[in-house]
Write a protein that binds this ligand. Structure first.
Ligand code: MCA
Ligand code: AMP
Length: 508
């Protein structure tokens, strides 16, 4: 397949149909391909004036806006590395990303300028961008000549860094290349028959692979349009369904939709595709949705490090509880965790991936990168599964200590460290338990120090202690104070035992 970087493909669509709609915004405003391209070129001029050169990181922590997508395109155009960050991250969490990635420019929301202004230096420019296009990034841009040079990105050049945590230590920056993004976008466009005629309901955040590299890249490179929503709002999505053709979401979207009396076949008559990913979709939710709409949700499987790996077919059986076969050009195998030897189909093992979608490595961490790859180039996902009789991948669990709440990843270790810093806490174990809305939710199991009066310390106090340093979505929804944690003979905390013990906390 010939290589064309995402921003080049986008430019091609702009040249063909500059007046075509790209964004339909909540108030009814329409933004065209041409307008987006022009703003991207002016932002590119600003980034260049801020000193950005090829290879520089441009970090963005802003509320969702169409201008933020123009910023993404501008960063690609000048050869920078785009670093989007969850708006929920606190200053404590941001500290690591900023010191580790050393961005040349940080674009933050105007409301948070006070937190970051002090970081501005010879090597870091702090810009602001608000949800309505306010802020310094765009101020006075009308008078700035568009930057028309386009960086000639080689396939192996880095395009983005997305932070993703390991089970131990700090978050690692996954470096994605232009080839990773372009090849995955091309594979999905073909697999999902995505075209310029599509009208996507975009209700995901744009700081993760799902909302940015899947939903937006497919749109930008095909000439399709998006109903661009600030977040998932059930009423708004229900109202848009009759005008749209595609929805991409996390399982929580589908649980909420299926629980709404307004969802029926007639309402989804123009919809040709519902995609689910980022977390497991329960087979029962798949079936409930099909019962209401007559349409089978297409479930696919991906990771920050690999973009999308597998997908249920567009034509052919979409099997509930499976994530489908490998996408074209991508190899997926199930191997023995210890030896890396492939196991026969049907046997459970480590899910491993190789292909043009697999990232270049963790930012400045060659040893950690090497540890996640086999000698033959397969990447060890940390997911556990098997391949069924039709060649579909079935994910049965995770090797990594990770909770996925509403599609957001939460790493227990990070929360345990914060809880353990509480003066009255001896130790803690953070686990995920089933939750009817978020799929899984976070629970902390805490042991107090000997001599601490259990009546004097409660879950609320522990939560209040960690809250300032932890994004809201990572905060435990329950704290269980116990005498001791269950351990195996090696002294390792048995989280499986705890998960079993608290499995019913949020479900009847
Ligand atoms: C919001 N809250 C959450 C979550 N989202 N808590 C736990 N888990 C969450 N996911 C907090 C809010 O701050 C709020 O706190 C309270 O929970 C209730 O919020 P609610 O209004 O119900 O939530 P919401 O705003 O409707 O958001 C739920 C959501 C959202 C729509 C599921 O989390 C979401 O858009 N998730 C998508 C995440 C995503 O894009 N993941 C892809 C990454 P309070 O009440 O205290 O104010 S993974 C990826 O990219 C890989 C590669 C892949 O395969 O796709
Ligand atoms: P992230 O690190 O945010 O990219 O999350 C990637 C992880 O999400 C994968 O390693 C899986 O554990 C999980 N995941 C993504 N899609 C699915 C899916 N369809 N079913 C089950 N788990 C999924």
């Amino acid at each position: 397949m010939t290589f064309q970087a995402i921003h080049r493909s986008f430019a091609g669509r702009v040249a063909e149909r500059p007046d075509a709609t790209l964004f339909e915004l909540p108030g009814g405003r329409v933004v065209t391909y041409g307008e987006t391209a022009e703003l991207a070129q002016r932002i590119a001029a600003r980034l260049v004036a801020d000193g950005v050169v090829a290879g520089d990181r441009v970090a963005m922590q802003v509320d969702k806006s169409w201008e933020a997508i123009a910023l993404y395109l501008a960063v690609l155009q000048v050869g920078g590395m785009f670093l989007p960050l969850n708006t929920a991250y606190t200053g404590h969490e941001m500290e690591h990303f900023l010191t580790d990635a050393e961005p040349r420019v940080l674009v933050c929301s105007p409301a948070r300028l006070g937190e970051y202004a002090g970081r501005a230096s010879e090597s870091l420019v702090v810009e602001t961008l608000g949800a309505d296009g306010d802020g310094t990034l765009l101020a006075g841009l009308d008078a700035v000549a568009p930057h028309t040079d386009v960086y000639a990105a080689a396939p192996s050049d880095p395009a983005a860094i997305l932070y993703t945590s390991g089970t131990t230590g700090r978050s690692k920056g996954a470096v994605l290349t232009h080839r990773n993004l372009a090849s995955n976008c091309a594979a999905l466009t073909e697999a999902w028959r995505y075209t310029s005629g599509d009208r996507l309901i975009h209700a995901l955040p744009i700081f993760h692979t799902h909302g940015l590299f899947v939903a937006m890249n497919l749109t930008l490179t095909t000439g399709a349009s998006v109903f661009y929503l600030p977040r998932f709002d059930l009423d708004t999505v229900i109202a848009l369904l009759p005008k749209a053709t595609v929805l991409m979401g996390v399982p929580t979207f589908y649980t909420r939709l299926a629980g709404d009396g307004r969802l029926d076949r007639e309402r989804v008559a123009t919809m040709r595709l519902f995609v689910s990913g980022s977390a497991p979709l329960l087979a029962s939710d798949h079936e409930a949705f099909a019962g209401r709409t007559g349409q089978a949700i297409l479930e696919r499987y991906g990771m920050t490090e690999t973009c999308m790996n597998t997908s249920n077919p567009y034509d052919g059986a979409r099997k509930p509880g499976t994530v489908g076969p490998a996408l074209p050009g991508i190899e997926v195998r199930v191997a023995d965790r210890e030896t890396g030897a492939q196991v026969p189909d049907g046997e459970v093992g480590s899910i491993e991936v190789r292909g043009p979608n697999v990232f270049a490595g963790y930012w400045r961490l060659p040893e950690k990168t090497a540890a996640e790859f086999r000698a033959d180039g397969f990447f060890i996902t940390g997911d556990v599964g098997r391949i069924d009789e039709d060649g579909y991948v079935v994910i049965v669990g995770r090797d990594k200590d990770l909770v996925i709440s509403g599609g957001f990843n939460v790493y227990p270790k990070e929360i345990e460290e914060l809880i353990d810093a509480h003066p009255d806490v001896l130790e803690s174990a953070v686990i995920g338990v089933p939750h009817p809305d978020f799929g899984e939710t976070v629970v902390a199991v805490v042991v107090l120090r000997p001599g601490v009066d259990a009546g004097a310390v409660d879950g609320a106090g522990i939560l209040a202690f960690i809250a300032p340093d932890l994004a809201r979505f990572k905060q435990p929804r329950a704290v269980q104070i116990v005498e001791s944690l269950p351990r195996n003979v090696m002294g390792k905390v048995q989280k499986a035992e705890l998960r079993k013990r608290y499995a019913g906390l949020f479900t009847a």
